[in-house]
Design a protein around this ligand. Sequence first.
Ligand code: NAP
Length: 270
Amino acid sequence: MNPVDFKIRQGKLEGAFPHFFPLVPGWDVAGVVEQTGPAVTGLSEGDEVVAYCRKDFVGEGTYAELVSVKANQAAPKPAALSFEEAAALPLAGLTAFQALHEKLEIKEGETVLIHAASGGVGRFAVQLARLAGAHVIGTASAANHEALRELGAAELIDYSEQDVVKAVRASHPGGVDAVLDLVGGEALERSPEVLGDGGRVASVSQPAEKVRYLFVRPDSGQLAHLGSLADSGELKVSLAETLALEEAARAHELLESGGVSGKIALSIAG
Ligand SMILES: NC(=O)c1ccc[n+]([C@@H]2O[C@H](COP(=O)([O-])OP(=O)(O)OC[C@H]3O[C@@H](n4cnc5c(N)ncnc54)[C@H](OP(=O)(O)O)[C@@H]3O)[C@@H](O)[C@H]2O)c1
């Protein structure tokens, strides 16, 4: 599950995609290939795959037993992960990867501030920034600091207790190289205040002036790369909760409350 699922339920993406009812939500999936189309190569019945399979319309989502997925959006399911863990990887992992490497063009030795480091996207971003050789500062509630240190964050700021800009400026008087905003609002508005010379800001929250906005796109090559990092143990999936498909409504309430730290997966029995 991803926050976009409840945003779609609330009607917030109606301007971006045509919606068809009855509407099945869900953009991420891990499963077994049941059947392939006539032009598909490289995938066969029985293959275990994972996909961020957003379509050009909203309606035929992944809260389902059977899902149609474009072959060029699927990648091998990482063998080291359960189906539930693997399903938590695509959208959030690709968002972190594309934000850091395509929008921020993060380089070894740079310092990056990640707003909402403990969220589904943030936890992947912390690890991928660290793997790229960056010095990572994360904002998160204090209860999540230990887990984020283990994932590779060098500095952590409790956004509910501290002024984030002041805290960053105190430890980095010359400013940081990059900010990844996963929150929006004030966090995004004040991001330029922590930048040093040549600093850049990327956001997935909302387009804004001088901000490199990302709307994540499916990319099976990048997804396969993330899967290989998961298999080698370099990229951990923080699965907070797994609920049955029948509990999807409760899962939406949980995700929407913001009280879950990490990802939520829906599991289909059988
Ligand atoms: N444009 C795109 O392509 C794209 C792609 C992916 C996600 N998104 C959007 O990006 C946002 C994050 O997604 P996600 O999956 O990571 O969400 P998530 O897992 O629900 O993130 C929840 C986390 O946000 C943290 N948080 C809330 N307010 C904060 C603040 N003011 N400062 C710092 N952290 C704060 C909380 O951390 P604590 O528990 O530590 O307090 C919470 O754990 C969502 O709005 C989502 O829709 C957009």
